[in-house]
Design a protein around this ligand. Structure first.
Ligand SMILES: [Cu+2]
Length: 359
């Protein structure tokens, strides 16, 4: 383990958790870190030049609510792109993605709409075979059979009718699907019920997944995918939007919202293996759509809820007071030691009747 950089993973996350926690926990971690001279050497290659500066999808990149009431047809083109990018400074990975981002783009249709999906695997951007298995599809492999393409193959197109409402995942489902999902190939498609969803002020879209590599967490260099670690379900990183603390001050910055607003979060767990214990630190899911079920009555005031791999879920929060809300997996070692955190920064006037931090 490269001790210095291993600490940097934790420091990024601990800073995102809050200064007090950072001081207390950083001291604790420093005592527990092994002597660098005794560290094992995994012999990573040097970090590679990156193809893109950012693998993390923008959480505000959510399609607007359905405003039509007759069935329509959506033409969607989705491209697989393999790119080298950083998980954190000094640590590179050859990711596999839809459209160069993690999670892949979110799509939004209405119950009864038709989707014509064209999939592309351009030879110049891919070395492996890929496809699309969408959980919104009735059909073999959720479309994966018909969309399986090798690099440079002609495009493949499928048409499906979005019959059942819900928020669903799509992902790559080639034989090494665990590898491809771990390297980033998953995203969300929202099929709104005919009656729509409650109006909210803002929506965000996040994706959790875990990364299994030949290096140690935070070890400088280029990390390769580790099939043994995947078999053991022993991840090097557990990430929100593909990077350590991507959506925090130490990454690309938090997303913002205002006191008094109601926000909805769509949360995809790509996995491939770990169930997330989804929790918004400093808030609660006032209405929670378990397992992406948009037809049943939502759960009320849900604190932490399991999100199985291969699921997109949704939850709504009321923003009564300013300050950060931290989106985490409440299996907290994944936060403090594996990178899994994102921040919604709520701005506005204090509301001491609800919360007073200076009595
Ligand atoms: Cu793939």
């Amino acid at each position: 383990m490269t001790t210095t950089t291993a600490i940097s993973t934790r420091r990024t996350v601990l800073q995102a958790l809050g200064a007090t926690g950072a001081v207390a926990l950083a001291g604790c971690l420093a005592e527990n870190d092994p002597d660098p001279a005794a560290a094992d050497e995994t012999g990573l290659e040097a970090a590679k030049a990156v193809d893109i500066d950012r693998i993390a999808a923008d959480p505000t990149d959510v399609p607007p609510p359905v405003d039509w009431d007759e069935p329509r047809t959506h033409e969607i083109t989705l491209e697989s792109i393999e790119v080298t990018a950083e998980v954190e400074p000094g640590v590179t990975v050859d990711f596999m993605t839809y459209e160069g981002q993690i999670p892949g783009p979110m799509y939004r249709v209405r119950e009864g709409d038709t989707v014509e999906l064209t999939f592309k695997v351009p030879g110049e951007h891919n070395a492996a075979m890929h496809n699309v298995d969408s959980h919104a599809v009735y059909g073999p492999g959720g479309g994966a059979v018909a969309t399986s393409l090798g690099p440079g193959d002609d495009t493949a197109s499928i048409r499906f009718k979005a019959i059942y409402p819900g928020v669903h995942i799509y992902h790559c489902a080639v034989p090494a699907m665990d590898q491809h999902i771990s390297l980033g190939m998953f995203g969300a498609i929202l099929v709104e019920p005919e009656d729509g969803l409650p109006e909210v002020d803002r929506e965000f879209y996040f994706g959790q997944h875990e990364l299994y590599t030949t290096g140690d967490t935070g070890e400088d260099g280029h990390h390769e995918f580790d099939f043994d670690a995947a078999a053991d379900e022993d991840p090097t990183y557990v990430l929100l939007n593909g990077e350590v603390g991507a959506i925090t001050e130490d990454g690309h910055g938090p997303v913002t919202a205002e006191v008094g607003e109601t926000v909805r979060v769509y949360f995809a767990n790509g996995g491939p293996n770990l169930t997330s214990a989804l929790h918004p630190i400093g808030n609660v899911w006032s209405r929670y759509y378990r397992d992406g079920d948009l037809l049943s009555e939502p759960g009320r005031n849900v604190e932490t809820s399991p999100v199985a791999p291969g699921t997109v879920t949704a939850g709504e929060m009321e923003l009564h007071v300013p300050g950060p809300i931290k989106i985490v997996d409440h299996a907290l070692s994944r936060v403090t030691q594996r990178g899994m955190i994102g921040v919604i920064d709520v701005q506005g006037e204090p509301n001491p009747e609800i919360y007073d931090d200076d009595l």
